[in-house]
Design a protein around this ligand. Structure first.
Ligand SMILES: [Zn+2]
Length: 601
């Protein structure tokens, strides 16, 4: 096994001289520790590297004697790494992290059990292998009673028994497919709260609709490079790091038009953009006739920080991104084409082991992963797709830029390219409720691993497309709700006070917006930050579109939007988000928008 120094020395790529602010802000999420990491902040290393594991280990309510979870008889929380290796008698699968041991599941080529260690003790197991004690939901309920919380997906169920140190994934028929074990904690979801039982299943299958005879929607698409044209100004003066380009960075744009109304999705391979730049782009496009523009940032961690949040704002590059995006929108608008029909499809990735194995897991709340992959397609008069608008939730952070030193869209590049190759048209990627902390489950942090992940995700998108159903409606509707979020999160408040560009604040509140968009039977709700899945599930439950998509980092990247019932004062997401109130405001607004009726122009 290769040991991966999960928390490498900071301040090589973005930092320059660390001032007080950048020390506060220089922490970047570090997937393989499941942690708020440490890569960028020397002062954060010790407190943050433990990240999720700390969260798992603290608040133990119960000792081994009263029923500590076990994995193959080994108690979680107390068993040492050597004891695990000796006892299992197998060689773990090689990974890039010495504290991440994976063992193949007997009888399967692809499934693994994943064992995490913290301070040499087995801290968390996400197992896809069976356990005789828990063969199905009924057996689990016979032992533990009703789950503290559950999410019912179309084909899978997530059962939360945090007080027992257990979570389960079951298939529709109840068969257990995943077991997450950790030291028991206090209940995460309060009894009686709206998140105790989320049901995302369709009550009844939709009747197969009659296809609308004439679809009045037109679609134009374009893409433009948003890679830097020069690499000298991406880092602060004096930085001796050389960056180059591993893979093209793109603005992927679609314009939907119906009776003069236009709605634009611009999917960008950026880490983020500051409110001043998002506003500048949207204002400029508004003067050219595009009043409804959704700037959807992929959040790739393999591009530089174009917000300036980590201490350096590469102004020239940020302006280049805006100019290229605007050019892409104008180009897309110049090639509007008739649409024969719209169609939507969704599929679910398997949550065996409480993660989509080798693809997506939750580093903050293990097991809580949205398995949904969705696609909206506009089919042209020749029967070929003009656009594939795809949505799933995960941080594009396979690649570690501070090590790779080459800019990349991460898995999003391969994903979009392969979807286009398979389905035709222009693919536009919209990230979902990825906050806290949906992150890649890959074993390595390389360009190759990102490519592999993109290809695997493309397969699921193609599956969703194969199951797509024509839309009965050709509605094109957008409602925008202006919101003000109080900025009380220390890091974000400090950053905005000293932002690279002046920003309008109203009594400590920042103004932004959320949108509900209907395109045929596809319903999108946009969120100006990184929404945690708890809130995403609740909003999706209230949505009525055949296709229900949350679009995170849309027209704003204000950080993590955390549900108030799970606000952990010193948590990573909490410190890098707008604060305690913001999640609740977004939740309430999302629930309201979810039920708003669409209106054609
Ligand atoms: Zn993030």
């Amino acid at each position: 096994m290769v040991t991966d120094d999960a928390c490498v020395p900071p301040l090589t790529v973005y930092g320059g001289a660390a001032n007080t602010m950048s020390q506060m802000l220089f922490d970047k999420h570090c997937p393989e520790t499941d942690a708020a990491c440490c890569v960028w902040n020397p002062h954060a290393v010790q407190s943050l590297c433990t990240g999720m594991l700390t969260a798992v280990v603290v608040s133990m309510c119960c000792s081994v004697a009263c029923g500590q979870p076990t994995y193959r008889g080994l108690p979680v929380g107390t068993t040492s790494k050597q004891e695990v290796i000796t006892s299992l008698g197998l060689s773990p699968i090689r990974t890039g992290n010495a504290d991440d041991l994976r063992y193949p599941v007997a009888g399967s080529d692809s499934l693994t059990d994943r064992l995490y260690f913290h301070a040499d003790k087995l801290a968390l197991v996400t197992a896809a292998s069976g356990d005789d004690r828990y063969p199905n939901r009924q057996a689990i309920e016979d032992i533990f009673g009703r789950p503290e919380a559950q999410v019912l997906f179309q084909t899978q169920q997530y059962l939360d028994y945090t007080e027992q140190g257990l979570k389960f994934i079951c298939a529709t028929d109840g068969t257990t497919t995943g077991i997450v074990s950790f030291a028991p904690q206090k209940r995460r979801v309060p009894a009686g709260g709206p998140n105790v039982s989320i049901d995302l299943r369709r009550r009844q299958p939709h009747a197969r609709p009659n296809v609308h005879n004439t679809c009045l929607i037109k679609v134009g698409t374009a893409e433009r490079s948003i890679a830097p044209t020069e690499f000298d100004n991406l880092l602060p003066q004096g930085s001796d790091v050389d960056l180059d380009l591993a893979e093209e960075l793109l603005a992927r744009v679609v314009v939907f038009e119906r009776n003069g109304r236009k709605i634009v999705f611009a999917g960008l391979d950026v880490f983020g953009l500051g409110p001043w730049d998002v506003d500048r782009l949207r204002t400029s496009l508004a003067t050219k006739g595009f009043a409804n523009v959704i700037v959807a940032m992929s959040h790739t961690h393999a591009n530089v920080d174009t917000i300036g949040f980590y201490g350096y704002y590469p102004e020239q590059y940020a302006q280049h991104i805006l100019a290229q995006t605007e050019a892409a929108v104008l180009a897309a608008n110049a090639n509007l084409k008739s649409v024969q029909r719209l169609q939507t499809g969704t599929t679910e990735m398997p949550l065996a082991g409480g993660r989509v194995i080798d693809l997506i897991r939750n580093g903050r709340d293990p097991g809580l992963v949205d398995p949904t992959v969705s696609i909206l397609q506009a089919i042209g008069s020749d029967g070929v797709s003009l656009v594939n608008v795809i949505n799933l939730a995960c941080h594009p952070e396979v690649i570690r830029l501070e090590r790779a030193r080459s800019l990349s869209p991460d898995f999003v590049g391969t994903l979009c390219r392969e979807v286009t190759a398979r389905l035709g048209g222009q693919t536009v990627f919209l990230n979902g409720a990825l906050g806290g902390m949906l992150t890649p489950d890959t074993r390595f942090r390389t360009n190759e691993a990102a490519t592999t992940m993109g290809s695997a995700l493309a397969e699921f998108v193609v599956t969703a497309a194969q199951q797509a159903v024509p839309c009965q409606s050709d509605i094109l509707s957008i409602e925008t709700q202006s919101i003000e979020l109080p900025v009380t999160g220390e890091s974000v408040a400090l950053f905005l006070e000293n932002a690279p560009r002046p920003i309008e604040m109203h009594n400590g509140r920042i103004r932004t917006d959320m949108n509900v968009i209907w395109i045929g039977e596809a319903q999108f709700i946009t969120v100006p930050g990184e929404l945690l899945p708890d809130i995403g599930f609740e909003i999706m439950q209230a949505m009525s579109g055949r296709l229900r998509s949350i679009v995170s980092l849309a027209n704003g990247e204000l950080g993590y939007l955390v549900p108030n019932f799970d606000f952990r004062e010193d948590g990573y997401e909490e410190r890098t988000g707008p604060g305690r109130e913001a999640g609740e405001i977004v939740r309430r607004t999302g629930l309201k928008l979810a039920t708003q009726s669409p209106r054609n122009p």
